[in-house]
Design a protein around this ligand. Structure first.
Ligand SMILES: *[C@@H]1O[C@H](CO)[C@@H](O)[C@H](O)[C@H]1NC(C)=O
Ligand SMILES: *[C@@H]1O[C@H](CO)[C@@H](O)[C@H](O)[C@H]1NC(C)=O
Ligand SMILES: *[C@@H]1O[C@H](CO)[C@@H](O)[C@H](O)[C@H]1NC(C)=O
Ligand SMILES: *[C@@H]1O[C@H](CO)[C@@H](O)[C@H](O)[C@H]1NC(C)=O
Ligand SMILES: *[C@@H]1O[C@H](CO)[C@@H](O)[C@H](O)[C@H]1NC(C)=O
Ligand SMILES: *[C@@H]1O[C@H](CO)[C@@H](O)[C@H](O)[C@H]1NC(C)=O
Ligand SMILES: *[C@@H]1O[C@H](CO)[C@@H](O)[C@H](O)[C@H]1NC(C)=O
Ligand SMILES: CC(=O)N[C@H]1CO[C@H](CO)[C@@H](O)[C@@H]1O
Length: 432
């Protein structure tokens, strides 16, 4: 299956990926981050009551099930008396407390969201979603997660409180790096009738940013291509996502029933065997050429037997996305990180229709078609222009084939144009 001609390319792709993700900066979402805001709502006899709000400002990277995990280190000997809307995963050693026992005595607590459906008295607004947080681009109202905690044995004024240190965020898994907590101007809250403003006693912010290279050693998706003008299907590069799982992949959907539950290594994903070994493949097919428009078909396929991708997102960069006329079956939203360019957009599923990309198998794909209006000055089928420049799935960049393997227009490839049968030539001339 693995043909030799891909080998130099794989190397080049790996080098390229390593290079392009070395910094925690995403050119398609330059201000994307997750901000964690602590508002001290009131002082208590031995500490304070704080409202913690996590906002996902990333346009297209959400927090999937099993959700976020937040950790920090207390500056002194603080304890958490109680929590609402979340819980510390470990209580730690509270043996020195006799009457009231704290919720958590650890110096470095680890907090997770509660699951949906917890009793009403344990809930607050924006909690209890199993740690799942939507991306800002998809649904800003669901891009927030909050909890409340009562902290003891801490300072009891804005001069004596010490900010927690060393924040860690798993979203889920690695990838996020958090800044130090920084005191910011106190948050202002407006009452329900809009006629009264109150403010926090004290507020601090922590900003966490994502880096794909920290999240995973290998890419997690790849792109394949085809077109109406060339019968070649350009596959994903061989081992585009590393071939480390090649030995325990599943050869056919019928085999999966005998494999699941028997020998599934806990951490390694269970993938369908492919030459690219990616959990996700996006296929871009240049389908039709009209006089003023052209049509593309997009298919996203899940090769992972262990994940249903809920609230999936797909980001595509292509110069003609400034003239998208119609998108079928997916929601579409242009992303305009820089005012001067409008060449990037995000696709995501329609709620209750195709917002879940099902596990590998017959249902494990989602499809869409889009119609783009040609801009006479830039439009071309030559030089692979009709294919995307960059593709991200769930916020992780997908490996592209090398340009030399793109399906080429017969005339621009290797001078085959002139050797084409005359009737094909006529058709081609009519189109370009
Ligand atoms: C975090 O994101 C918000 C919203 O995009 C932005 O205003 C803010 O500057 C970002 N913060 C950092 C430190 O990047
Ligand atoms: C503490 O509060 C006082 C008055 O409310 C304010 O003037 C001061 O700047 C605050 N200090 C800090 C560190 O927030
Ligand atoms: C910060 O947290 C990381 C991981 O939890 C740990 O390895 C490191 O030692 C901590 N640093 C401090 C100063 O507590
Ligand atoms: C702190 O975070 C909130 C978002 O939760 C944001 O609105 C606010 O601007 C941030 N403050 C600063 C000074 O960055
Ligand atoms: C995915 O969803 C289907 C239908 O809801 C369910 O039967 C299946 O067990 C789920 N798979 C995983 C890996 O969660
Ligand atoms: C960007 O392109 C989309 C079409 O894909 C269009 O609807 C939108 O108005 C454009 N926005 C700007 C700022 O040019
Ligand atoms: C189709 O594209 C392939 C890959 O780029 C190229 O090798 C081939 O020559 C093209 N076919 C024709 C008929 O030009
Ligand atoms: C042919 C066409 O509609 N071109 C438009 C493409 O989008 C740019 C910017 O959004 C417009 O300026 C063009 O007129």
């Amino acid at each position: 299956m693995v043909s030799n001609r891909y080998c130099p390319f794989v190397l080049a792709a790996v080098v390229f990926m390593t290079f392009s993700h070395a910094v925690a900066y995403d050119p398609l979402d330059p201000t994307g981050n997750i901000t964690i805001k602590w508002d001290v709502i009131s002082w208590t006899p031995d500490g304070y009551l704080a409202m913690v709000t996590m906002t996902n400002f990333q346009m297209y990277r959400h927090i999937m099930s099993p959700g976020w995990t937040l950790g920090w280190t207390w500056a002194r000997k603080e304890v958490i008396w109680s929590m609402v809307g979340a819980q510390a995963t470990e209580q730690g050693d509270c043996s020195k407390f006799k009457i009231n026992i704290p919720h958590c005595c650890k110096r470095n607590p680890t907090v997770v969201d509660l699951l949906p459906g917890v009793p009403y008295n344990q809930q607050i607004a924006n909690c209890c979603k199993g740690g799942v947080v939507a991306s800002w681009g998809q649904d800003p109202s669901a891009a927030v997660s909050s909890f409340q905690l009562s902290v003891g044995i801490s300072g009891t004024s804005n001069k004596t409180v010490r900010l927690p240190k060393n924040f860690t965020l798993s979203g889920p898994g690695r990838g996020y790096t958090c800044s130090q907590a920084k005191t910011v101007p106190p948050s202002v809250f407006i009452s329900a009738d809009g006629r009264r403003r109150t403010q926090a006693m004290m507020t601090w912010n922590v900003t966490c940013s994502y880096s794909q290279i920290l999240a995973s050693q290998h890419p997690t998706c790849c792109v394949s291509m085809s077109s109406f003008y060339n019968s070649t299907i350009t596959p994903c590069p061989a081992c585009a996502c590393g071939c480390q799982n090649k030995n325990n992949c599943v050869a056919s959907d019928s085999q999966i029933r005998s494999v699941v539950g028997i020998n599934t290594p806990s951490n390694a994903p269970l993938l369908h065997c492919t030459q690219h070994m990616c959990p996700i493949r996006m296929h871009w097919h240049v389908k039709l050429n009209y006089k003023e428009y052209w049509r593309v078909k997009i298919t996203v396929t899940n090769f992972n037997y262990q994940i249903n991708y809920t609230q999936w997102t797909l980001v595509v960069q292509h110069p003609n996305l400034n003239n998208v006329t119609e998108v079928f079956s997916f929601s579409y939203k242009p992303l305009i990180p820089y005012k001067s360019t409008n060449d990037t957009g995000m696709f995501y599923g329609i709620k209750f229709y195709n917002d879940v990309l099902m596990q590998s198998g017959p249902e494990g794909n989602v499809q869409s078609e889009l119609i783009l209006e040609k801009d006479i000055n830039t439009f071309s089928f030559k030089q692979g222009w009709a294919f995307p420049r960059k593709v991200y799935f769930n916020g992780d960049e997908c490996t592209m084939p090398l340009p030399e393997y793109y399906p080429y227009l017969p005339n621009s490839a290797h001078g085959t144009f002139s050797t084409l049968p005359p009737f094909l030539l006529l058709i081609l001339l009519a189109f370009w």
